[in-house]
Design a protein around this ligand. Structure first.
Ligand code: MRU
Length: 357
């Protein structure tokens, strides 16, 4: 998708380095950064220069190629793989990508390891682009149906950033929106700010603006009253891990939005590529929920009147705070899962049938 009118992917390999868009600098500064070592890749994931489940999976995949470039000893590759998987605990895509690359590397001659890892990382990215495109075409059918009935702008609420910046291109939750816009269907997006890191305001609103899609940023607590007033036609969110039971783990606050949607008969969809499905874990209480530094709550960053980026303390100096990054939306509150293969029920049966497992 576009930034300043030019097409980008979120990650690519060029001149022997991995290139990323540093998402900690958006929306005020657009900076492309080089990752040259596996440590760079681990730090980019931890510091959220790259974030969003599919993108951190892809970064980990490239990270293994970078590790091999530094040292193709199997022990080093194993240690690097563990560091990449542990960089963030909740999104299953990290494990999925690292296992996929490592499986590909078994029985490969040491001199070919780098080429095979790099090719597989690129394959993961290309596959994600196709999957996200299909998610868009599937989700478009829902938006079209609402538009046919309503014959007026379709208002969609989304949480956090499950946009193209969270994937390689298109996004998951935003892909149906981009496809509807391209088809000429009038859409307007309610963008949850998504405290504390404000991925909604800083990233989702930014990328929708760049594509010319009308959107309005709201605080995380505003969705409920908008639903009561009939100003939300549907919700679409992404996910960091969806269990085979259909239970959805996503950015903190998703659950409360799903409850409000349920209470107001607003359809609540979750968009995901199959790389985000955890087929092993059955109990959502077993999902590791990331707890991030409480400084993300107590401090806020913004641009001052002289265009300098500044970080300021907004809490009482000695107050304690807690920063859980994800929550769980039980399957019963999810209207449907929009996947690359089609739309299915958020249930064991729905997922099993869709993916033939
Ligand atoms: O903490 P983040 O910014 O990595 O969280 C991202 C989300 O919660 C997204 O909704 C999720 O990764 C889906 S990405 C298509």
């Amino acid at each position: 998708m576009r930034i300043l009118g030019k097409e980008y992917r979120t990650i690519w390999y060029e001149n022997d380095v991995v290139k990323i868009i540093d998402q900690t600098k958006l929306p005020h500064n657009f900076i492309i950064k080089n990752l040259e070592t596996v440590d760079h890749a681990v730090n980019a994931i931890k510091s959220m220069e790259v974030r969003g489940a599919p993108l951190i999976g892809a970064t980990a995949a490239y990270g293994i190629a970078l590790a091999i470039k530094e040292n193709n000893d199997l022990k080093f590759i194993k240690k690097s793989s563990e560091e990449l998987v542990n960089a963030r605990p909740t999104a299953i895509n990290l494990q999925w990508a690292v296992h996929r690359i490592n499986n590909k590397l078994s029985f490969i001659k040491s001199e070919d390891l780098f080429d095979v890892a790099l090719k597989e990382a690129e394959e993961i990215c290309n596959e994600d682009i196709n999957f996200c495109k299909n998610i868009g075409l599937e989700g478009l059918k829902i938006i079209e149906k609402i538009y046919e009935e309503k014959k007026n702008t379709v208002n969609i609420l989304t949480h956090c950033n499950a946009g193209w910046l969270a994937t390689i291109n298109w996004g998951t939750a935003t892909s149906p929106i981009y496809h509807a816009h391209k088809k000429g269907i009038p859409v307007h997006v309610w963008v949850d700010e998504t405290r504390p890191r404000n991925q909604g305001a800083n990233l989702t609103s930014f990328e929708l603006n760049e594509e010319g899609i009308p959107n309005t940023i709201i605080t995380d607590n505003t969705g409920g009253i908008l639903m009561q007033r009939g100003e939300v036609d549907m919700c679409i969110v992404g996910t960091d891990r969806t269990l085979s039971t259909g239970d959805v783990c996503n950015k903190i606050g998703t659950y409360l939005k799903a409850l409000a949607a349920h209470d107001n008969n607003v359809p609540f969809y979750v968009a995901l590529p199959s790389s985000t499905i955890d087929w092993e874990t059955k109990d959502y209480n077993k999902i590791p929920i990331e707890e991030r530094n409480s400084e993300e709550l107590s401090h806020i960053e913004g641009k001052d009147e002289k265009n300098n980026i500044k970080k300021v303390l907004i809490y009482p100096e000695n107050s304690k705070s807690m920063n859980l990054a994800f929550d769980i939306t039980p399957a019963k509150y999810v209207t449907g899962l929009i996947t690359e293969k089609g739309i299915c029920q958020a249930s064991a049966v729905g997922l099993k049938q869709m993916f033939n497992r």
